[in-house]
Structure formats: C-alpha cells, structure tokens
Design a protein around this ligand. Structure first.
Ligand code: DAV
Length: 371
C-alpha cells in the first residue's frame, strides 16, 4: 500500500529508497561532556575540545537549531513528514551502579542512537557513558509510533555496563600520535574491548537483506554478533577502514547512493578482501570528492569528511551540505540531483546531514542486492 501522510508507519530497509518520514535532531541543551575513556579516544589530539566541557555556548545552539529547523522545513516542502525529538536535560549527571558522568551529550545526532530496520527501530547500546540515556530524547516519538502503527517493533539492545573493563587503557594517554593510531587501527585494536556487546547505530548501513557494520571505536565484534543474532533474517557483514585514525561511525566513510553505487572515502578505502560481495554483484565503489574545508568548524568532534555525510532522498536525489561544492559537483556527475542544505554551523553538534536524521519510512521492500 502506498504511503500516506495521515497514517503513521515505520518501515525502512535501505539508505536510498524514497524517503517519506524522518526524524531531524535538535541542538537544544547540547553539552560537551566531561572526559571519559571512549570519548577521549575520539577527540582529535590537536582539537580545541581537549580539556573543556560544559553546556555549549547559547549562540552556537541557537545557530545550529536555526539550520536544523530550516533543513526540516526544506524536507517538509518536498513532501517529507518530519518529526522532532524532545530534548531531555543533558546537564544532569548520570550515576549507575557501574559508572558516573557529570553531564550528558545532547539530542543530536539521532542516527547514532536509532537503527531502523524494516518495521523496527532499535535503540543502540552506545559506548560513551555520556550517551547512555540518549534514547530518552526519542521516547516520546517512539511511543507515538508504537501507539499509531500496530506493526511497529520498538526494540532496545541490552544496556551496557560501561565499566573500565570496556576500554583499553592504552588509548587513555594524552599523546598517541596518528602513526600509532593507524597501526592500532590496522591491527583492529580499538579503544573498546570485547567485554560486552557495544554498538552505535551509525556504524550500520542497510542494504536490504544485508547489513554492513563498521568494527571500530564505537562498535565491537560482540556488538556485531549481537546484531547478527537479533536480525536472523539478515546477513551481517563486518567491515574495517584501516586508513582512519579515529574510526567511529561508517557514514563519513562509505555512502551508498543507489543500488550499485557507493562513494568511499579515499583515505579510508574498503580493503580488497572485503570487496567481494560488492564486486561479484557489479556494484561500483568510487572515491569521494575532497572536502571543501581543510579543518572542521570549532568545537567539532568529526573530521572534514562530513562532506560525504549526505542524505539520500531517493535514488536520483541527494541532500549535500551547501559549502561542500566538490561533493555536490561529484554527485551531479554521478547523475544525482543535488539539494543544497546549509548545515556546517551544526556539524559541531555531532555530524552532518545523514547523522542529524533518522529514517522512519522509506518506500520499497527488503530486497536481496547481493544474491
Ligand atoms: O569522519 O569524523 C564522523 C561520523 C559522524 N557520524 C568522521 C566521522
């Protein structure tokens, strides 16, 4: 049955079929959280964020919200239903029997927490202590979907304990250096241990019957095994991108645009031995264009490769950040219509256009693209 804006339905099997309903995050009350093992390992060693924490400056929150509101309006004008989360108070400390953190993170970005697979939305375990309760920002929406859509499966992965046993102490030193980091990444020695299953939703890409999951700082092998057992009708593939000294989240690294076409970060190429399923089925993996910027904006966790963190609206249309002119040009050459969206001043809040959204409904069914 065709999608109707008057009826809530949760369904999304891939990253590219026509988007009808989406969640766009909010910058309200976002914090730079205090130091903790998994987060420190991700903050670049030369970053302006090292050693500081607290609520983000109000003018930056207001500016990010302005951009997120505009993005939501742009999507609505194209006929997409857009829902917004309800921010909890992130200044509240969190104490569990196993850990304490003096503040939380934010209501951004939803893609990190919510994994939509078919009629299910799954709350990820997360691996940062400051993000342990982040799902609460989305609970009002998920409650509504559950009440309005009788097929909707609201699931949550087991909450992790996040004791010190979850983190390798080698990553806690102030200065490690990129050479050492790259060596460790090549050996698949990441900050998170295999103490218990850990994953962020943004390490997962959906290709119909196949789920492609990055093993890195925020997702460990037990997390991937947990996903494999949780989705028994799917094939779950583990991938690595050895050129990344700070490997978190797959969505500034490997970006499917439509069946048969993926854009891959040229500094983080998928290794030959992991290309088999794509090559056998005639998928093309092309190098992404260079980012337009040499540095991330101030107080930003992510790299300049948010340039390729695009949101596909349908197999012919893609949202690209307005200043990312090289990425837009490449999309055009690849036959995509480009929708420009201004978002750079919100990057610091956790990412780009893919990050700051979470799928609720896309057309299409669960297909097997790699038979
Ligand atoms: O390149 O810093 C950012 C991914 C955000 N979801 C990077 C990865």
């Amino acid at each position: 049955m065709a999608w109707s804006p008057d009826k809530t339905e949760v369904k999304s099997w891939n990253e590219w079929d026509t988007l009808r309903h989406v969640i766009v995050g909010r910058a309200d009350d976002c914090h730079i959280p205090p130091e903790e093992p998994a987060l420190d390992a991700k903050v670049p060693e030369d970053s302006d964020m090292r050693g500081q924490w607290g609520r983000r400056p109000q003018e930056t929150i207001d500016r990010a919200n302005e951009l997120l509101d505009n993005f939501a309006d742009q999507l609505r004008k194209r006929g997409v239903r857009v829902d917004r989360p309800v921010s909890i108070d992130h200044s509240q400390p969190v104490t569990t029997p196993d850990f304490h953190t003096d503040s939380q993170f934010g209501c951004m970005p939803p893609r990190d927490v919510l994994l939509t697979v078919g009629h299910e939305m799954l709350e990820a375990t997360m691996s940062y202590r400051c993000r342990w309760f982040e799902y609460l920002n989305y609970r009002p929406l998920l409650k509504q979907y559950w009440e309005e859509d009788p097929r909707f499966r609201h699931e949550a992965a087991p909450k992790p304990r996040l004791t010190d046993a979850d983190y390798h102490p080698d990553y806690l030193s102030e200065k490690i250096g990129d050479a050492q980091r790259l060596e460790w990444a090549a050996e698949k020695f990441f900050v998170t241990t295999e103490e218990e299953p850990l994953f962020d939703a943004a390490d997962v890409l959906r290709f119909g019957k196949d789920l492609v999951v990055q093993h890195g700082f925020t997702t460990n092998l037990k997390g991937i095994e947990w996903l494999r057992r949780h989705f028994p009708d799917h094939r779950v593939h583990t991938v690595n991108f050895p050129g990344d000294p700070y490997p978190i989240h797959i969505d500034a690294t490997f970006t499917p645009l439509r069946p048969g076409l993926i854009v891959n970060n040229p500094q983080r190429r998928l290794p030959e031995e992991q290309r088999g399923m794509f090559e056998k089925n005639g998928w093309e993996i092309v190098d992404a264009a260079q980012p337009a910027h040499n540095t991330p904006p101030p107080l930003c966790y992510s790299s300049t490769w948010l340039s390729m963190n695009v949101l596909v609206l349908d197999p012919k249309t893609v949202c690209v950040e307005k200043s990312e002119v090289y990425q837009a040009e490449q999309m055009d050459k690849l036959g995509m219509e480009v929708v420009e969206v201004e978002l750079r001043d919100a990057y610091a809040f956790g990412g780009g256009l893919h990050c700051c959204t979470a799928d609720v409904y896309r057309d299409g069914d669960c297909e097997d693209y790699f038979p």
